[in-house]
Write a protein that binds this ligand. Structure first.
Ligand code: 5GP
Length: 132
């Protein structure tokens, strides 16, 4: 059975897509801790990030780098923070989180509640600055 993230990458479950190539996919986290909080995944389904084969994992970080640069250009932030949790969804992913302070990377604080239009506008703004 496919993971929820595989279904998202295959277009079976909707998402706010940020970037895609033949091996990787990036989309907005549906319960963001900061505006523009993005998840990047390999399309190949592996539960835990550090079990992903070396070639796919290194490609994922290069893909994440381009997404982070697009986030940085699209959103007012000092840095793009990185987190790996994987406690909820068993499909390897990296969280890319626009940061202005340490507090912006607190996963325990209440999630942002954004309107659909705002999610769509953020995703579009990052997509427009992403270079393949
Ligand atoms: P983790 O597995 O890293 O602990 O957490 C999974 C992350 O995926 C959470 O931040 C959660 O908000 C996000 N997430 C879970 N299900 C969905 C979904 O169906 N769509 C999107 N866009 N994000 C999701």
């Amino acid at each position: 059975m496919s993971s929820i993230f595989s279904k998202i990458a295959q277009g079976e479950i909707p998402c706010y897509k940020v970037a895609e190539d033949d091996r990787y996919f990036a989309f907005l986290d549906i319960n963001p801790i900061a505006k523009g909080h993005t998840l990047v995944i390999p399309k190949k389904e592996v539960d835990y990030l550090f079990d992903v084969d070396a070639q796919t994992l290194s490609g994922l970080w290069l893909f994440a780098q381009k997404v982070a640069k697009a986030q940085q250009a699209a959103l007012p932030c000092k840095r793009i923070g990185v987190a790996v949790l994987g406690l909820e969804v068993p499909h390897a992913h990296i969280h890319l989180i626009p940061l202005n302070s340490e507090a912006d990377v607190d996963f325990k604080k209440p999630k942002l509640e954004l309107e659909k239009e705002e999610f769509a506008a953020i995703a579009e703004s990052i997509r427009a600055r992403h270079t393949a």
